[in-house]
Ligand binder design. Structure first.
Ligand code: ADP
Length: 175
């Protein structure tokens, strides 16, 4: 069953700018910002809270059940720091945001992340973990890497994704 609107994943290491991009995109395009973090919390898709990492231990099966109807309908911008769990058939574009490690350090320090979590996230960004995960999980042609160090870069990223959406509609909504 084909969707009338595409589903987009915006992924990357915590602090790269996923939420900021998704909110701007949702406002500009009318697509729905689906914050996985929020769904996990609101719908209890977790097995408890990890105090050391200060994050929820996600139950992926529950999460997929919780978002399946939205994803099948289309028009979701999925905001999450992982992407390999979503079925390939749900997804039309995967945006991997990237940031310099100094910038990421500053953003995570501002969030007062525990030292261990901060270091692991910076290492993960340097090692391109999310980019690799995206490339291994989806067709190469739907994975796009965009930098998110400055607000100008964010503006141009949002423009680019908006242009991609216009094209997708032209290609998929023709009667
Ligand atoms: P994520 O959702 O990936 O964890 P956020 O969107 O919450 O990241 O962004 C983390 C912080 O970095 C926020 O304070 C946000 O304002 C800032 N930020 C995000 N992207 C950019 C950017 N491209 N330029 C400047 N600041 C940014």
């Amino acid at each position: 069953m084909s969707r009338k609107l595409p589903n987009i994943i915006v992924t990357g290491t915590p602090g790269v700018g996923k939420t900021t991009h998704c909110e701007a995109l949702a406002q500009r395009t009318g697509l729905r910002h689906l914050s996985v973090n929020q769904v996990v919390k609101d719908k209890g898709c977790h097995e408890g809270y990890d105090d050391e990492y200060q994050s929820w231990i996600v139950d992926e099966d529950k999460l997929l059940d919780a978002i399946e109807d939205d994803a099948k309908e289309g028009g979701c911008i999925i905001d999450w720091h992982a992407c390999d769990l979503f079925p390939r058939s749900w997804i039309d574009l995967v945006v991997v945001l990237r940031v310099d490690s100094e910038t990421l350090y500053d953003r995570l320090a501002e969030r007062k992340y525990p030292e261990k979590k901060m270091q692991e996230n910076i290492d993960s960004e340097i090692m391109e973990v999310l980019l690799q995960e995206a490339r291994e999980s989806y067709d190469e042609e739907i994975v796009v890497e965009l930098t998110s160090n400055t607000s100008d870069e964010m503006e141009s990223n949002v423009d680019r994704i908006e242009a991609w959406l216009r094209q997708w509609k032209e290609d998929n909504q023709a009667s």
